[in-house]
Ligand binder design. Structure first.
Ligand SMILES: NC(=O)c1ccc[n+]([C@@H]2O[C@H](COP(=O)([O-])OP(=O)(O)OC[C@H]3O[C@@H](n4cnc5c(N)ncnc54)[C@H](O)[C@@H]3O)[C@@H](O)[C@H]2O)c1
Length: 280
Protein backbone atom coordinates (compact mmCIF):
# COMPACT_ATOMS: atom_id res chain seq x y z
CA UNK A 1 0.00 0.00 0.00
CA UNK A 2 1.29 3.47 -0.93
CA UNK A 3 1.93 5.88 1.90
CA UNK A 4 -0.78 8.52 2.14
CA UNK A 5 -0.69 12.09 3.36
CA UNK A 6 -4.47 12.07 3.73
CA UNK A 7 -5.05 15.42 2.08
CA UNK A 8 -8.67 14.44 1.31
CA UNK A 9 -9.02 11.78 4.01
CA UNK A 10 -12.55 10.32 4.24
CA UNK A 11 -13.95 12.69 1.63
CA UNK A 12 -16.28 11.28 -0.99
CA UNK A 13 -15.54 12.22 -4.59
CA UNK A 14 -17.18 11.75 -7.97
CA UNK A 15 -14.92 11.87 -11.03
CA UNK A 16 -16.61 11.95 -14.46
CA UNK A 17 -14.77 10.24 -17.31
CA UNK A 18 -12.72 8.28 -14.77
CA UNK A 19 -11.58 5.71 -17.28
CA UNK A 20 -8.92 6.43 -19.84
CA UNK A 21 -8.94 6.19 -23.62
CA UNK A 22 -6.85 3.08 -24.47
CA UNK A 23 -3.23 3.76 -25.41
CA UNK A 24 0.11 4.50 -23.77
CA UNK A 25 -0.05 6.65 -20.63
CA UNK A 26 -3.14 7.67 -18.66
CA UNK A 27 -5.95 10.20 -19.14
CA UNK A 28 -6.66 12.93 -16.62
CA UNK A 29 -9.79 11.30 -15.15
CA UNK A 30 -7.85 8.17 -14.28
CA UNK A 31 -4.91 10.08 -12.79
CA UNK A 32 -7.21 12.39 -10.78
CA UNK A 33 -9.15 9.41 -9.39
CA UNK A 34 -5.96 7.58 -8.38
CA UNK A 35 -4.45 10.65 -6.70
CA UNK A 36 -7.68 11.46 -4.80
CA UNK A 37 -7.90 7.84 -3.57
CA UNK A 38 -4.20 7.83 -2.67
CA UNK A 39 -4.87 10.87 -0.47
CA UNK A 40 -7.75 9.18 1.36
CA UNK A 41 -10.89 9.90 -0.70
CA UNK A 42 -13.49 7.30 -1.60
CA UNK A 43 -14.09 7.74 -5.31
CA UNK A 44 -17.09 7.00 -7.53
CA UNK A 45 -15.56 6.30 -10.94
CA UNK A 46 -18.10 7.41 -13.55
CA UNK A 47 -17.69 6.41 -17.17
CA UNK A 48 -19.82 5.42 -20.14
CA UNK A 49 -17.35 2.55 -20.68
CA UNK A 50 -17.33 0.70 -17.32
CA UNK A 51 -14.45 -1.54 -18.45
CA UNK A 52 -12.21 1.53 -18.63
CA UNK A 53 -13.27 2.69 -15.16
CA UNK A 54 -12.65 -0.85 -13.85
CA UNK A 55 -8.98 -0.46 -14.82
CA UNK A 56 -8.86 2.71 -12.72
CA UNK A 57 -10.57 0.85 -9.87
CA UNK A 58 -7.99 -1.96 -10.03
CA UNK A 59 -5.15 0.57 -9.85
CA UNK A 60 -6.76 2.24 -6.81
CA UNK A 61 -7.51 -1.04 -5.01
CA UNK A 62 -4.00 -2.36 -5.67
CA UNK A 63 -2.78 0.65 -3.68
CA UNK A 64 -5.27 -0.04 -0.86
CA UNK A 65 -7.70 2.73 -1.81
CA UNK A 66 -11.50 2.69 -2.10
CA UNK A 67 -13.43 3.17 -5.34
CA UNK A 68 -16.59 2.04 -7.08
CA UNK A 69 -17.42 2.02 -10.76
CA UNK A 70 -20.66 3.63 -11.90
CA UNK A 71 -21.73 3.45 -15.52
CA UNK A 72 -23.34 6.67 -16.73
CA UNK A 73 -23.70 8.83 -19.79
CA UNK A 74 -22.99 12.20 -18.18
CA UNK A 75 -24.73 14.05 -21.03
CA UNK A 76 -28.01 12.64 -19.60
CA UNK A 77 -29.70 14.29 -16.63
CA UNK A 78 -31.22 11.08 -15.19
CA UNK A 79 -27.79 9.40 -15.31
CA UNK A 80 -26.25 12.35 -13.43
CA UNK A 81 -28.98 12.18 -10.80
CA UNK A 82 -28.39 8.43 -10.39
CA UNK A 83 -24.62 9.02 -10.20
CA UNK A 84 -25.00 11.43 -7.27
CA UNK A 85 -27.44 9.05 -5.54
CA UNK A 86 -24.95 6.20 -6.03
CA UNK A 87 -22.17 8.21 -4.35
CA UNK A 88 -24.39 8.99 -1.36
CA UNK A 89 -25.78 5.42 -1.14
CA UNK A 90 -22.35 3.81 -1.43
CA UNK A 91 -20.15 6.15 0.56
CA UNK A 92 -22.65 8.15 2.67
CA UNK A 93 -22.17 11.68 1.32
CA UNK A 94 -20.59 13.80 -1.41
CA UNK A 95 -17.74 16.26 -0.83
CA UNK A 96 -15.93 16.59 -4.17
CA UNK A 97 -17.11 16.66 -7.79
CA UNK A 98 -14.51 16.62 -10.55
CA UNK A 99 -16.09 17.47 -13.90
CA UNK A 100 -13.27 15.91 -15.87
CA UNK A 101 -15.15 14.60 -18.87
CA UNK A 102 -14.44 16.34 -22.18
CA UNK A 103 -13.51 15.59 -25.76
CA UNK A 104 -11.83 17.76 -28.41
CA UNK A 105 -13.22 18.12 -31.92
CA UNK A 106 -11.49 19.95 -34.75
CA UNK A 107 -12.70 22.33 -37.45
CA UNK A 108 -13.78 25.88 -38.21
CA UNK A 109 -17.31 27.29 -38.28
CA UNK A 110 -17.68 26.68 -42.02
CA UNK A 111 -16.61 23.03 -41.95
CA UNK A 112 -18.26 22.08 -38.68
CA UNK A 113 -21.73 20.54 -38.91
CA UNK A 114 -24.45 21.74 -36.59
CA UNK A 115 -24.51 18.25 -35.04
CA UNK A 116 -20.76 18.41 -34.27
CA UNK A 117 -21.21 21.84 -32.71
CA UNK A 118 -24.03 20.54 -30.51
CA UNK A 119 -22.05 17.39 -29.61
CA UNK A 120 -19.08 19.51 -28.46
CA UNK A 121 -21.34 21.47 -26.15
CA UNK A 122 -23.08 18.33 -24.89
CA UNK A 123 -19.83 16.58 -23.97
CA UNK A 124 -17.83 19.54 -22.70
CA UNK A 125 -20.35 21.97 -21.15
CA UNK A 126 -23.69 20.18 -20.65
CA UNK A 127 -21.93 17.50 -18.59
CA UNK A 128 -20.57 20.16 -16.20
CA UNK A 129 -24.04 21.71 -15.95
CA UNK A 130 -25.87 18.43 -15.31
CA UNK A 131 -23.40 16.82 -12.91
CA UNK A 132 -23.21 20.05 -10.88
CA UNK A 133 -26.99 20.53 -10.97
CA UNK A 134 -27.48 17.22 -9.15
CA UNK A 135 -24.39 17.37 -6.90
CA UNK A 136 -24.75 20.90 -5.52
CA UNK A 137 -28.00 20.35 -3.53
CA UNK A 138 -26.31 17.47 -1.63
CA UNK A 139 -23.27 19.66 -0.88
CA UNK A 140 -25.48 22.64 0.03
CA UNK A 141 -27.41 20.56 2.57
CA UNK A 142 -24.17 19.78 4.43
CA UNK A 143 -22.79 23.31 3.92
CA UNK A 144 -19.56 22.29 2.19
CA UNK A 145 -18.21 20.97 -1.06
CA UNK A 146 -15.57 21.46 -3.74
CA UNK A 147 -16.06 21.29 -7.49
CA UNK A 148 -13.20 21.25 -9.98
CA UNK A 149 -13.99 21.71 -13.68
CA UNK A 150 -11.56 20.71 -16.43
CA UNK A 151 -11.21 23.37 -19.13
CA UNK A 152 -8.52 23.55 -21.83
CA UNK A 153 -5.92 25.99 -23.12
CA UNK A 154 -8.07 26.03 -26.30
CA UNK A 155 -10.52 28.14 -24.27
CA UNK A 156 -8.08 31.05 -24.12
CA UNK A 157 -6.09 30.83 -27.36
CA UNK A 158 -6.65 29.37 -30.83
CA UNK A 159 -6.65 25.59 -30.75
CA UNK A 160 -8.10 24.90 -34.21
CA UNK A 161 -11.10 23.53 -32.35
CA UNK A 162 -13.80 26.19 -32.56
CA UNK A 163 -16.68 24.29 -30.93
CA UNK A 164 -14.49 22.66 -28.26
CA UNK A 165 -12.81 26.04 -27.57
CA UNK A 166 -16.18 27.77 -27.14
CA UNK A 167 -17.48 25.02 -24.87
CA UNK A 168 -14.31 25.01 -22.74
CA UNK A 169 -14.42 28.83 -22.49
CA UNK A 170 -17.99 28.30 -21.31
CA UNK A 171 -16.67 25.99 -18.61
CA UNK A 172 -14.45 28.80 -17.27
CA UNK A 173 -17.42 31.20 -17.33
CA UNK A 174 -19.63 28.64 -15.58
CA UNK A 175 -16.93 28.15 -12.94
CA UNK A 176 -17.00 31.85 -12.03
CA UNK A 177 -20.79 31.99 -11.83
CA UNK A 178 -21.12 28.72 -9.94
CA UNK A 179 -18.53 29.99 -7.45
CA UNK A 180 -20.59 33.18 -7.03
CA UNK A 181 -23.95 31.46 -6.61
CA UNK A 182 -22.85 28.70 -4.25
CA UNK A 183 -20.05 30.28 -2.20
CA UNK A 184 -22.42 31.20 0.62
CA UNK A 185 -23.49 27.55 0.77
CA UNK A 186 -19.89 26.59 1.56
CA UNK A 187 -19.20 25.29 -1.93
CA UNK A 188 -16.00 26.24 -3.77
CA UNK A 189 -15.83 25.98 -7.56
CA UNK A 190 -12.57 26.19 -9.48
CA UNK A 191 -11.23 25.17 -12.88
CA UNK A 192 -7.98 23.68 -14.12
CA UNK A 193 -6.75 24.65 -17.58
CA UNK A 194 -4.48 21.87 -18.88
CA UNK A 195 -1.91 22.86 -21.47
CA UNK A 196 -0.56 20.41 -24.06
CA UNK A 197 -0.16 17.26 -22.02
CA UNK A 198 0.71 13.69 -22.90
CA UNK A 199 -2.41 11.56 -22.67
CA UNK A 200 -3.38 8.57 -24.81
CA UNK A 201 -5.92 10.56 -26.81
CA UNK A 202 -3.65 13.58 -27.34
CA UNK A 203 -0.76 11.41 -28.48
CA UNK A 204 -2.94 9.46 -30.90
CA UNK A 205 -4.05 12.70 -32.58
CA UNK A 206 -0.94 14.88 -32.37
CA UNK A 207 2.08 12.62 -32.40
CA UNK A 208 1.15 9.56 -34.39
CA UNK A 209 3.43 8.22 -37.10
CA UNK A 210 7.09 8.62 -38.07
CA UNK A 211 7.39 12.20 -36.83
CA UNK A 212 6.55 11.29 -33.22
CA UNK A 213 9.94 12.28 -31.76
CA UNK A 214 9.97 15.58 -33.61
CA UNK A 215 6.42 16.46 -32.56
CA UNK A 216 7.20 15.52 -28.96
CA UNK A 217 10.26 17.77 -28.99
CA UNK A 218 8.20 20.66 -30.41
CA UNK A 219 5.58 20.13 -27.72
CA UNK A 220 8.16 20.11 -24.96
CA UNK A 221 10.01 23.17 -26.28
CA UNK A 222 6.83 25.23 -26.61
CA UNK A 223 6.63 25.98 -22.89
CA UNK A 224 8.89 27.77 -20.39
CA UNK A 225 10.23 24.61 -18.71
CA UNK A 226 11.08 22.69 -21.89
CA UNK A 227 9.50 19.50 -20.59
CA UNK A 228 6.30 17.58 -21.34
CA UNK A 229 3.45 17.48 -18.85
CA UNK A 230 1.04 14.62 -18.35
CA UNK A 231 -2.20 13.71 -16.64
CA UNK A 232 -0.49 13.42 -13.24
CA UNK A 233 0.37 17.14 -13.33
CA UNK A 234 -3.33 17.88 -13.82
CA UNK A 235 -4.21 15.43 -11.02
CA UNK A 236 -1.98 17.13 -8.41
CA UNK A 237 -3.45 20.56 -9.23
CA UNK A 238 -6.98 19.14 -9.04
CA UNK A 239 -6.24 17.46 -5.70
CA UNK A 240 -5.05 20.77 -4.26
CA UNK A 241 -8.15 22.67 -5.43
CA UNK A 242 -10.43 19.89 -4.17
CA UNK A 243 -8.76 19.71 -0.76
CA UNK A 244 -9.25 21.93 2.30
CA UNK A 245 -5.77 23.37 1.62
CA UNK A 246 -7.61 25.52 -0.95
CA UNK A 247 -10.33 26.53 1.54
CA UNK A 248 -10.07 30.22 0.59
CA UNK A 249 -9.74 29.72 -3.16
CA UNK A 250 -12.82 29.85 -5.37
CA UNK A 251 -13.70 31.05 -8.85
CA UNK A 252 -10.19 30.65 -10.26
CA UNK A 253 -9.06 28.95 -13.47
CA UNK A 254 -5.58 27.59 -12.86
CA UNK A 255 -3.37 26.98 -15.90
CA UNK A 256 -1.24 23.83 -15.61
CA UNK A 257 0.92 24.31 -18.69
CA UNK A 258 4.55 25.08 -17.75
CA UNK A 259 3.94 28.72 -18.71
CA UNK A 260 2.99 27.88 -22.28
CA UNK A 261 0.00 30.23 -22.46
CA UNK A 262 2.19 33.13 -21.29
CA UNK A 263 4.72 32.73 -24.10
CA UNK A 264 4.65 35.43 -26.78
CA UNK A 265 4.92 34.58 -30.49
CA UNK A 266 8.53 35.79 -30.83
CA UNK A 267 9.84 33.85 -27.84
CA UNK A 268 8.02 30.74 -29.06
CA UNK A 269 9.33 31.18 -32.63
CA UNK A 270 12.94 31.61 -31.47
CA UNK A 271 12.74 28.47 -29.35
CA UNK A 272 11.12 26.30 -32.01
CA UNK A 273 13.27 27.34 -34.96
CA UNK A 274 16.35 25.88 -33.23
CA UNK A 275 14.86 22.38 -33.48
CA UNK A 276 15.97 20.65 -36.66
CA UNK A 277 13.05 19.26 -38.69
CA UNK A 278 13.39 15.61 -39.69
CA UNK A 279 14.39 14.99 -43.32
CA UNK A 280 11.78 13.74 -45.80
N1 LIG B 1 -5.57 15.21 -23.24
C1 LIG B 1 -5.19 16.47 -23.34
O1 LIG B 1 -4.13 16.80 -23.89
C2 LIG B 1 -6.07 17.55 -22.77
C3 LIG B 1 -5.69 18.88 -22.92
C4 LIG B 1 -6.53 19.86 -22.40
C5 LIG B 1 -7.69 19.50 -21.73
N2 LIG B 1 -8.04 18.19 -21.59
C6 LIG B 1 -9.29 17.86 -20.92
O2 LIG B 1 -9.05 16.86 -19.92
C7 LIG B 1 -10.20 16.03 -19.80
C8 LIG B 1 -9.88 14.57 -19.97
O3 LIG B 1 -9.21 14.34 -21.17
P1 LIG B 1 -8.47 12.94 -21.43
O4 LIG B 1 -7.84 13.05 -22.77
O5 LIG B 1 -7.60 12.64 -20.28
O6 LIG B 1 -9.73 11.95 -21.48
P2 LIG B 1 -9.84 10.42 -21.92
O7 LIG B 1 -10.37 10.43 -23.33
O8 LIG B 1 -8.60 9.63 -21.67
O9 LIG B 1 -10.94 9.89 -20.94
C9 LIG B 1 -12.26 10.33 -21.01
C10 LIG B 1 -13.17 9.23 -20.49
O10 LIG B 1 -14.51 9.72 -20.61
C11 LIG B 1 -15.36 8.65 -20.97
N3 LIG B 1 -16.57 9.18 -21.60
C12 LIG B 1 -16.73 9.64 -22.87
N4 LIG B 1 -17.99 10.06 -23.06
C13 LIG B 1 -18.65 9.90 -21.87
C14 LIG B 1 -19.98 10.17 -21.43
N5 LIG B 1 -20.89 10.72 -22.25
N6 LIG B 1 -20.30 9.88 -20.15
C15 LIG B 1 -19.39 9.33 -19.31
N7 LIG B 1 -18.12 9.05 -19.68
C16 LIG B 1 -17.75 9.33 -20.94
C17 LIG B 1 -14.51 7.81 -21.91
O11 LIG B 1 -15.00 6.47 -21.94
C18 LIG B 1 -13.12 7.92 -21.29
O12 LIG B 1 -12.83 6.83 -20.44
C19 LIG B 1 -11.21 16.56 -20.82
O13 LIG B 1 -12.07 17.48 -20.23
C20 LIG B 1 -10.32 17.22 -21.84
O14 LIG B 1 -11.02 18.17 -22.61
C21 LIG B 1 -7.25 17.20 -22.11
Amino acid sequence: MKERAGRVENKVAIVTGAGSTPGPGVGTGKAISVVLAREGAKVLLVDIHPDRAEQTQRMIEDEGGKAKVFRADVTRSDDCKAMVEAAVDTFGTLDILVNNLGLASFGNVVDLSEEEWQRAFDINARTVFLASKHAIPVMARKGSGAIVNLSSSSAVRAGGTVAYSAAKAGVIAMTTDMAFFHGRQGIRVNAVIPGMINTPIAMSVLAAGPQTDYVNRLRAESNMLGTQGDAWDIAWATLFLASDEARWITGVALPVDAGQMKLGPLTMFNRLREIPAPKG
